[in-house]
Every structure is written in C-alpha cells, then in structure tokens.
Design a protein around this ligand. Structure first.
Ligand code: NAD
Length: 286
C-alpha cells in the first residue's frame, strides 16, 4: 500500500539507493525519482530498477514529490537544499540521512525558507564500508535504528510521515534533540572511526602496511574494519561535528591516560577494575 505518490531521492549512493530499493520492494511510493549530479549514477539507478526517473537538475527531480530524501555528503547539504528549493511542492516533506544533525539543521534553516517547517532531520544508524549506488541494499534498514531530531519549528505531521516511512522499511525509529544526537554519535560512532583510522595510520607509518595484517589476529581485524570506510565522508563528519568529536576524543584521551598509568604502575587492581567494568558494560550491548 503506497504511503506516497512520489518519493524523490537526492544523492543516490549507499544510503539513498538503499532507501529507494526498500521503498520499491515495499511498494511504498507510486513513483521513485532520483536527483544526482552524475549521469552515470542516474543510469545505474534506472538499470538496477531502483528509480523510475532520474534528473541531473535537482529542482526538476523534486517536482511532484510528496517526500524528498536528501542523502548527499554532509558538507554538500547546504548547496543541495538551495538547489532543490525552486522545485519543491508547497506540501513537500524534506528529510535527510546525514550523519551529523546540528550542521545539517543549520543548513536547512538557512536554505529551505518556508519549507523549513516541513524539514525532518534524520539519521539511519545503518551502513557499510562500501559506498555508491551499486552498494544499495533493500534490507539495509531492517531492524536498524533511525534517529529523528525534529526542532521546535518542525511540523509534527511531517515528523509522523517520515516516521511511517522508516517504520515501513523495517527500521526502529526514535527521537532525540540534535545536540544529544551529535554528542551520542560522536562517542559511539565518530570516536571509534577516529580511533580505527588513527591506529591503522599510526602503525602503517612505521613501515609497510601489508606487514601489519600479516601478523595481526582477528581482534585487530575486527577493531580496524571501519578504517576501510570512505575518507571523504568521514572527513565531513569530523569537521561538521568538530566540537562533539573533540569532546569525545578528550574523554577518551583521559581514559587512555588512566589505562596507561595503571600499566606503568603495574597496578593490577586498577587494570582489572577498568577491564571488568568494560566487560560488564559491553555485555549489555550483545
Ligand atoms: P555515498 O558516497 O554512497 O553517496 C553519496 C551520494 O551523494 C552519491 O550519489 C554522490 O554522487 C552524491 N554526492 C557526492 N558529493 C556530492 C556533492 N558535493 N553534491 C551533491 N551530491 C554529491 O555516501 P552514503 O554513504 O550514501 O552517504 C550519504 C549520506 O548518508 C551522508 O550524509 C552520510 O553522512 C550519511 N550516512 C552514511 C552512512 C554510512 O555508513 N555510509 C550511515 C548513515 C548516514
């Protein structure tokens, strides 16, 4: 049963392409349209059957859409909002999948004008190390969380429509404030990526990086898997969520210093205390 006449996806990569695939497989829109700078991406989206139409002109892509999902890199959100405004229908709901919410909301507030009240900021907590339209996966959002961060101006009916969409593709939707989102994600997602990139880079600088993997066991592989993520996307996240990332990095640096100190002092009680607390906390997430 379609929820929308037309859904338009701007930025048909992993996140946008996967939503298009999920909307398609659930029959949630009568028409799915893509907007992308790249004609190759549009051709792939059409040939994979993800979308019915594709336009390089983003204003043209959003014409007729009840719901517009913007899934371009966070640093490209402002220019993208500005490009779609001339084509937006009066009733259109705009939502996004950006990994940072404060800067995306500021961009939407500055660019969307009267449409800002129907902008519902969102972030699907789902992903892979792969990017691009060829990585699109209709099942990506099933049993994954999606966080919506509506602000005071956001029309509750628009939030409800976006919530229905994500629920229909199998996601578990929750709401929080944008500041809380950016802090929590800095600690649980941005910091681990920073650590993985930093650990692999630090060791790779010591010599031939292939050597690391020759001697490394499963723990190193598991811990560093996310260092294969897209550097450009993560560059954007670290710069756009700078304050919260710095706070999380400082929190971690203090914890690392405590751990290092316990090792230096040979303090078994302190070492076992840290690791036992970590075991107990980790067990709650299994
Ligand atoms: P992707 O690289 O797979 O897709 C990005 C899309 O945006 C592509 O279609 C690309 O052509 C287009 N694009 C790139 N630069 C652009 C620009 N300057 N202007 C306009 N379009 C541009 O990336 P993705 O993983 O789908 O990420 C899209 C959004 O989703 C990002 O905001 C990211 O923060 C967020 N996100 C990603 C993940 C993840 O794990 N990959 C998870 C949750 C949210």
């Amino acid at each position: 049963m379609p929820l929308f006449e037309q859904v338009t996806i701007i930025g048909l990569g992993l996140i946008g392409g996967s939503l298009a695939a999920a909307v398609r497989s659930g029959g949630l829109a009568k028409k799915i349209v893509a907007g992308s700078r790249s004609s190759r991406t549009l051709e792939r989206g059409l040939s994979l059957g993800l979308v019915d139409e594709g336009y390089q002109d983003l204003a043209q892509a959003v014409q007729g859409a009840d719901l517009v999902f913007v899934s371009v890199p966070v640093s490209a959100m402002a220019a993208t909002f500005s490009a779609i405004v001339p084509g937006l229908e009066r009733h259109a709901i705009v939502t996004d999948g950006g990994s940072v919410k404060g800067s995306v909301i500021a961009a939407a507030r500055a660019q969307l004008g009267a449409h800002f009240s129907r902008f519902v900021p969102g972030h699907p907590i789902a992903g892979k190390e792969k990017s691009g339209v060829d990585a699109a996966d209709a099942a990506l959002y099933q049993r994954h969380r999606v966080i919506l961060t509506p602000v005071a101006e956001t029309d509750p009916a628009a939030t409800q429509a976006v919530r229905r969409l994500w629920t229909a593709v199998g996601a578990d939707v929750l709401s929080m404030g944008p500041d809380e989102h950016d802090r929590v994600l800095a600690e649980t997602s941005h910091l681990p990526h920073l650590l993985a990139f930093s650990l692999v880079d630090t060791l790779a600088r010591q010599g031939d990086s292939t050597d690391i993997f020759r001697y490394a066991a499963g723990g190193f592989r598991d811990f560093t898997r996310i260092a294969s993520s897209d550097p450009v996307m993560w560059h954007d996240i670290f710069t756009e969520n700078q304050d919260a990332v710095l706070a999380a990095a400082d929190l971690f640096a203090a914890g690392l210093a405590r751990f290092r100190d316990a090792v230096a002092r040979g303090d078994s009680d302190a070492l076992l205390g840290i690791m036992t607390r970590a075991n107990t906390a980790r067990a709650r997430f299994l």
